[in-house]
Design a protein around this ligand. Structure first.
Ligand code: 5GP
Ligand code: MN
Length: 343
């Protein structure tokens, strides 16, 4: 990470009074770890007027993290007379990922510091601390915190390790390097309880999600070496699963020996289709996601398209099969055009 970019972001924070931190819609463990981690870092930097915001509520699984009770889900449009001094986005690859929250917080004149690790990041901030080699946004935050001389307290370490553990599926993804493992050790030495994290997140699921997995798995199909599952909005309702999304089944589907790429297609209540993509090492689903208006990483990406479900599936499965056939299975080179490789 370029020291001058980190310093510039630090200066902006030190000069700001009212700060809002925004993480992405449909948040995951890295989104929350980064939101609460950044909130704590700002506290250590002496900031007292900090809003933590996200379109979606914090699920019970993340209530063990400090600051989890302080997230604002409905941010009113900011008054031009009383704008935020600074916006910090964490784990957002583009402005749209910040949802309504970011839209309402952001006036043209408000500086935005963008902290992320997605290769598809569009560098929408005045300072862009984007490291696509980092396994999680919390890893970027950890480096920043060290460079800003922030004490890594146990609650901060817990938030940062949560992002690392969840985004790497417990250190199983291809971007886990010795540096990632060293970071995890340092966070544990700082007091983060790894068992608490795994027992609350990756080792735990609501029973209705497990039943929903059964429903989704009954639709599993293999087109060439692309595995997929799908659910219409009616399927979800009939199965008793009210939440939109795939309940993270796509990562499991990607373990299929016969598949190099996995996809889930879930129709939302408004008729749009939410698509989650995963790829084995050497395959890249971020380009397909980016071409469809979404984003992500080579190994994990997503997007949302207008319905109906079946033609969307046909179209995307064809694109994925073409991607799979073009790939060699060797580790990928540069990612798609974004600024994610830029640090
Ligand atoms: P998931 O499948 O877990 O929802 O998302 C996998 C990855 O793709 C995450 O890094 C997530 O941020 C990214 N992603 C998922 N959906 C979208 C989307 O609609 N737009 C963008 N830009 N990224 C997405
Ligand atoms: Mn992440």
């Amino acid at each position: 990470m370029k020291p001058e970019t980190a310093r510039a972001a630090q200066d902006r924070i030190l000069q700001a009074g009212r700060v809002v931190v925004v993480t992405h819609v449909a948040p995951d463990g890295d989104a929350f770890g980064s939101l609460f981690g950044m909130g704590q870092i700002l506290g250590h930097m002496g900031k007292s007027d900090v809003t933590l915001a996200c379109d979606d509520p914090v699920p019970e699984a993340y209530h063990f993290l400090a600051l989890s009770g302080q997230v604002v889900n409905r941010l009113e449009p900011v008054s031009p007379a009383d704008p935020f001094d600074l916006i910090i986005t964490v784990d957002c690859s583009d402005a749209a990922r910040g949802g309504q929250t970011l839209k309402h917080a952001w006036m043209e004149s408000t500086p935005l510091v963008n902290i992320d690790h997605h290769v598809t990041n569009t560098c929408f901030g005045v300072e862009n601390l984007v490291d696509a080699e980092a396994a999680a946004t919390t890893e970027v935050l950890y480096r920043l915190a060290l460079s800003w001389d922030i004490a890594i307290t146990a609650p901060l370490a817990l938030a940062l390790l949560t992002g690392l553990v969840t985004d790497t599926l417990c250190f199983r993804t291809a971007n886990v390097t010795p540096t990632v493992m060293r970071t995890a050790i340092e966070l544990m030495q700082a007091g983060a309880d790894l068992t608490l994290i795994t027992s609350q997140t990756v080792n735990r699921k609501p029973f209705e999600e497990i039943r929903y997995w059964g429903q989704l798995l009954s639709t599993a199909r293999l087109d060439g070496r692309v595995a997929s599952v799908h659910a219409s909005a009616a399927d979800r309702r009939d199965g008793g699963y009210g939440v939109e999304g795939d309940a993270s089944i796509v990562a499991f589907l990607n373990t299929a020996w016969e598949a190099d790429i996995a996809a889930s297609f879930v129709e939302k209540d408004n008729g749009e289709v939410e698509i989650s993509l995963r790829a084995k090492p050497g395959y890249d689903v971020s380009r397909v996601a980016l071409n469809l208006g979404g984003g992500g990483h080579a190994a994990a990406a997503g997007c949302t398209l207008g319905g109906p479900l079946e033609p969307v599936m046909d179209r995307v499965l064809q694109m994925l099969q073409a991607t799979q056939e073009r790939s060699t299975g060797n580790p990928p080179g540069q990612g798609p055009a974004g600024c994610g490789g830029g640090l």
